[in-house]
Write a protein that binds this ligand. Sequence first.
Ligand SMILES: [Zn+2]
Ligand SMILES: [Zn+2]
Length: 441
Amino acid sequence: MDRIEQRIIAIIDQNKEKIISFGRDIYTHAELGYKEFRTAAKFAGVLKELNLQTEEGLAITGVKGYLKGGRQEVSLALIGELDALKIPSHPFANSETGAAHCCGHNVQLTGVVGAALALSNPEIAAALGGEVIFFAVPAEEYGEIEFKNQLKEEGKIRYGGGKCELIRLGAFDDVDLAIVNHSGEDGISIGSGSSNGFVSKVVRYSGREAHAAAAPEKGINALNAASLGLAALAFQRETFRDQDAVRVHPIVTKGGNLVNVVPNEVVIETLVRARNVEAILDAEKKTDRAFKAGAQAIGAAIEIATMPGYLPRLPQPASTILIEAAREAAPQAVIHEADPASHKTSSTDVGDLEHVLPVLGFYTGGVAGGAHTDKFAIVDEEAAYIITAKIFALAAYKLLRDNAAKARELTGQYRPKYTREQYIDFMEDLIRTENKNYKDE
Ligand SMILES: [Zn+2]
Ligand SMILES: [Zn+2]
């Protein structure tokens, strides 16, 4: 380690309590996507204390803080996600919203904060041959689709995913490369394989109210239509090829109003995921057909609102810069290198980002209990918050020292899959709302 790297480690160690208490605060005040106002304000607050120029309200809650290095031809973003999940049974769930950090996004956000504390030290900042952007991004978990569609109707967003929306808005236009992090139960791991992408659907069945016991024959039961739609979807599953890793997992968000009234409105949200765009399009066509079949059989009306979700992740071999940073940040730890041929059936809008700019990714540990469950817990704050902050900061320095030589090498090698305009065209093509009314048939 050189002197600057030793300083980075020392500053983060000196600020350990401050960093951990930021992490705990966010952990115990979770907020859902595009509603992360408190979290965003806390993040911006730290950056302002460091006298960094900030930009707020990007895609509703996104925050960017700029640290100007020596020469600024290269701009590196350290990215932390703001949002949580709705898991009301988690011990730290918000009692009103049910929001809980069961994916550990508070850890990556805290890692970025810790890195900002170290890198903004004048001596360290002077050694950076480029700009660092501390970037808090909204809405990675793709839930509450109806709420997101409503924001879209109001013209506040266009896409459900925070990074997707930020790409559309041009908030990544001044970013040349980015580092992302996520918590994982396997400890420190660098790089990643591919992942599923998806589209989202809100399916609304409309029937007709009637007395559920006295005159059900006068009603049109939207719940029956929805049940049939779900059954039809289940019959499609044998046509999904194993190699496409299709996942279609609907929930019913509205099942009726009162038990003695025939349900006249039932709403289903679903994601349709697969490992490539062709398979997503095939599965979503079958999903639409299945849901329509339920409406047709019962004689209900159906509206299917389709929105683009996330692109599949591109395989990412372990970055040598991140391996080096991880070894220095956690000399005792075993550092895993991800197999680029591995595949995750979950999704992330990091995939979208990888299509437009170079992204380096690493996982850190300190969590247990299972992501997206109410048993999820941060069990080692040092491993979660402090190690993450150190890896972010050390990697940033390694990329930007010597006039940003390594960063330039990476941006020089990178070939984007999409320009911003091409990306927007791809996303816009997926947006549609289809209505079918079988009430009079
Ligand atoms: Zn998650
Ligand atoms: Zn996550």
